[in-house]
Design a protein around this ligand. Structure first.
Ligand code: FES
Length: 73
């Protein structure tokens, strides 16, 4: 399978915010649309507003922001 397509599918299947069921694809889309801080990503996607208060998804969002800053995707 095409590597990019495979990565896109994984992004849709992988939940970053488990409480709100928000996939990695939505977080990446928000970042690509200009959300360049944790707060902006949270506001745009709703991530972090679930039962755990962002305890589980915050590190993953920060990692995605850092990867994007480093030009990894
Ligand atoms: S995993 Fe995102 S608020 Fe709980």
């Amino acid at each position: 399978m095409d590597e990019k397509l495979n990565a896109d599918i994984m992004d849709k299947l992988t939940k970053v915010c488990l409480c709100k069921g928000i996939p990695r694809s939505s977080i990446k889309k928000a970042i690509l649309e200009g959300a360049d801080t944790l707060e902006k990503v949270q506001r745009k996607t709703g991530a972090g507003s679930g039962g755990c208060g962002g305890k589980r998804c915050t590190p993953k969002i920060l990692e995605l922001l850092e990867q994007h800053n480093n030009g990894e995707w």
